[in-house]
Design a protein around this ligand. Structure first.
Ligand code: ADP
Ligand code: MG
Length: 525
C-alpha cells in the first residue's frame, strides 16, 4: 500500500505548482520532441507517461473530473493525493484502513452537505454571473489576459445551444464547434452562429456565396472507380477514344444531374470529386467541397438537418439540409466555408485565432473549461466563491462534525479536513504567500463568520472572494469531493498491486530464445 500511496503522491506533487492564477505553466515534451505548454491539469496528466497503476488512477480521476464538469482537474488530483498522504500517517498510528475509509466517507458526505448549504443559487440566465464564472476558469490559464473577451464568447455560445425543458436546462457541448486557425491574435477569436468548415470551395468556377442553401451531405466519391486493369485498356482508333471519353462524360453528367434533381445547391462530400464533375457542378451553379472530415459531416447534419447519404442515388430533397447562407471566406492564408443561420439555430462555432499553434491549442483548452463551467451552472444553477474559501469552510465544519463522532474514525474525519485545506494553502503558496500564516488567517476569519474569505492570488492576501467576483460552479467542488474520496478509498483498499501483465505469455522470442524473456516455460509435450 505504501508504494501505491507514494506513486499517487508523486503525481499530485507534480502538478501542485500549477494550481491557481499564479500557478506555473508546464512545458511537456513528448517522445517525438513535440512541445505542449499548458496549465491544465487534465492535459498535463494526459501527456505524462505514467505507468504505475495507482498513479494511473490519479490520471483517471482528472479525466473523470474533466468529462463530468470540465474543470477542477488539478484540484481533484491534489485532494486525492493529500487524502492518501494523511491516511498513511494514520496507518502508521495503527488506524486500520477500513476505519479510515469509513471516516473519509462520512466526511465526504458531510462536505457535500456543507457545500449544498453555502452554495449561492443563481438565475441560470444571468449573464453577469456566467461571465464571472467563465473568467475565473480562465484566470488560471495562459490566456488570462483575454479572459473577458473569451468569457463573453463562451457565455453567448452556451446560451445559444442551451435547451429548456420543464424548467430545467440542458446543454450539449457537441453543438459548440471549435475551429482553430493560426493568425491574428486571441482577441480576434469570435463566435459564429453556424458552422465553420476548414475546407475551400473545390472549383474556382463555383459560386462563393449561396443564399438559401439546400445542403447535400454525401459520403461517397464522385469519381469513376478506377479498374484494377487500367493498363489493359487498349484504345486503338481516335473514334474509340472519343467513344470512351463520351461514355465517361455521360457518367459524370449523370452524377451531377442527380445532385441537381435533389435540388441541392451546396454539396459537402466526404470523399473525392473528379475534376470533370467539379466542372459540371460549377456550370450548374452548385457549390461543393470535398474530403470533408467525418466529424464536420456529422456537425453539418446536426446543424442543417441534412442526412448523410452513402450513394449519389440517395440524394433527395427531403434529406437535404438548410442554411440561410453558405459562404467561402478568406481567413489568414486559407479559405474556409461558413455555414450560417442553419435550420437548427442551436449550432454555433467558435473560430479561434492566435499567433502560434501553441497559443491556439491552449486557447482551445481554456475555452473548453470556460464552456464547461458555464454549462455546469446552467444545468445546476448554484455557485460558490473561489480562492479556497469553500474548502476552508468545509474543513471548519467537518472538524466540528468530527467532534460528534467517537473513536478512531474521528481521526480520519479530521484528516479529511486537513487534506481539503491543501487547496487554499497551495493557492497561497503559489501566490507567494506564507501558507501557514495564510491558513491561520483564513481559519480565524471563517470562525468569525466570513464565509467567503479566501486567497486573493492577484493581491497576495486574504480577501472576501465574493467581492472579487471569483465564482465557480458548485458541481466542480462536489465532483471533486466525490471523485477524490472514492479514488483514495479504492487505493487504500488495495493491499498490493499484482502485476498481472507479467503473467501473460511473452511474445514469441527469436531463434535460440527458449522461454522468451522471463515467461512461463513451455508445457512438456
Ligand atoms: P483546476 O485544474 O483544479 O481547475 P486551476 O489552476 O484552474 O486548477 O485553479 C483553480 C483554483 O484557482 C480554484 O480553487 C479557484 O478558486 C482558484 N482561483 C481562480 N481564480 C482565482 C483568483 N483570481 N484568486 C484566487 N483564486 C483563484
Ligand atoms: Mg481550472
Amino acid at each position: 500500500m505504501h508504494a501505491n500511496i507514494m506513486a499517487a503522491k508523486i503525481v499530485s506533487d507534480a502538478i501542485k505548482s500549477s494550481l491557481g492564477p499564479k500557478g506555473m505553466d508546464k512545458m511537456l515534451v513528448d517522445n517525438f520532441g513535440d512541445i505542449t505548454i499548458t496549465n491544465d491539469g487534465a492535459t498535463m496528466l494526459k501527456e505524462m507517461d505514467i505507468q504505475h497503476p495507482a498513479a494511473k488512477m490519479m490520471v483517471e480521476i482528472s479525466k473523470t473530473q474533466d468529462d463530468e464538469v470540465g474543470d477542477g482537474t488539478t484540484s481533484v488530483v491534489m485532494l486525492a493525493g493529500e487524502l492518501l498522504s494523511k491516511a498513511e500517517d494514520l496507518v502508521e498510528k495503527k488506524v486500520h484502513p477500513t476505519v479510515i475509509i469509513d471516516g473519509y466517507r462520512k466526511a465526504a458526505s458531510e462536505a457535500l452537505d456543507v457545500l449544498e448549504e453555502i452554495g449561492i443559487p443563481v438565475d441560470p440566465k444571468n449573464k453577469d454571473y456566467l461571465r464571472s464564472i467563465a473568467v475565473t476558469s480562465m484566470a488560471t490559464k495562459l490566456v488570462s489576459g483575454q479572459a473577458e473577451h473569451l468569457a463573453k464568447i463562451a457565455v453567448d455560445a452556451i446560451l445559444q445551444v442551451a435547451e429548456e425543458k420543464d424548467g430545467k436546462h440542458d446543454v450539449d457541448l457537441d453543438y459548440v464547434k471549435l475551429e482553430k486557425k493560426i493568425g491574428e491574435s486571441i482577441s480576434d477569436t469570435n463566435l459564429i452562429k453556424g458552422l465553420v468548415i476548414d475546407k475551400e470551395v473545390v472549383h474556382s468556377g463555383m459560386p462563393k456565396t449561396v443564399k438559401d442553401a439546400k445542403i447535400g451531405l454525401l459520403d461517397a466519391a464522385l469519381e469513376i472507380e478506377k479498374t484494377e486493369f487500367d493498363s489493359k485498356l487498349r484504345i486503338e482508333s481516335p473514334e474509340e477514344i472519343r467513344a470512351f471519353l463520351d461514355q465517361e462524360e455521360q457518367t459524370f453528367r449523370g452524377l451531377v444531374d442527380k445532385v441537381k434533381k435533389a435540388g441541392i445547391n451546396v454539396l459537402f462530400c466526404q470523399k473525392g470529386i473528379d475534376d470533370t464533375v467539379q466542372h459540371f457542378l460549377a456550370r450548374e451553379g452548385v457549390m461543393a467541397a470535398r474530403r470533408v472530415k467525418k466529424s464536420d459531416m456529422e456537425a453539418l447534419a446536426r446543424a442543417t438537418g441534412a442526412k448523410i447519404v452513402t450513394n449519389v442515388d440517395e440524394l433527395n430533397t427531403a434529406d437535404s439540409g438548410y442554411a440561410k447562407k453558405v459562404e467561402e471566406k478568406k481567413i489568414a492564408d486559407n479559405k474556409m466555408i461558413f455555414v450560417e443561420d442553419c435550420r437548427n439555430p442551436r449550432a454555433v462555432s467558435i473560430l479561434i485565432r492566435g499567433g502560434t499553434e501553441r497559443i491556439t491549442d491552449e486557447t482551445e483548452r481554456s475555452l473548453h473549461d470556460a464552456l464547461s463551467v458555464v454549462k455546469d451552472v446552467i444545468v445546476k444553477p448554484k455557485i460558490l466563491a473561489g480562492g479556497g474559501a469553500p474548502e476552508i469552510e468545509v474543513a471548519r465544519r467537518i472538524r466540528k462534525f468530527a467532534g460528534t463522532v467517537s473513536g478512531k474514525e474521528s481521526l480520519a474525519i479530521k484528516a479529511f479536513a486537513d487534506a481539503i485545506e491543501t487547496i487554499p494553502s497551495t493557492l497561497a503558496e503559489n501566490a507567494g504567500m506564507d501558507p501557514i500564516d495564510a491558513l491561520s488567517e483564513l481559519q480565524s476569519r471563517h470562525e468569525k463568520g466570513e464565509l467567503w474569505a479566501g486567497i486573493d492570488a492577484e493581491a497576495g492576501k486574504v480577501t472576501d472572494m465574493k467581492s472579487q467576483k471569483v465564482y465557480e460552479p458548485m458541481s466542480i467542488k462536489t465532483q471533486m469531493i466525490k471523485s477524490a474520496s472514492e479514488a483514495a478509498s479504492m487505493i487504500l483498499k488495495i493491499d498490493d498491486v499484482i502485476a498481472s501483465s507479467k503473467m501473460r505469455p511473452p511474445p514469441k522470442g527469436g531463434p535460440g530464445e527458449e522461454y522468451g524473456g522471463g515467461g512461463m516455460p513451455p508445457m512438456p509435450q
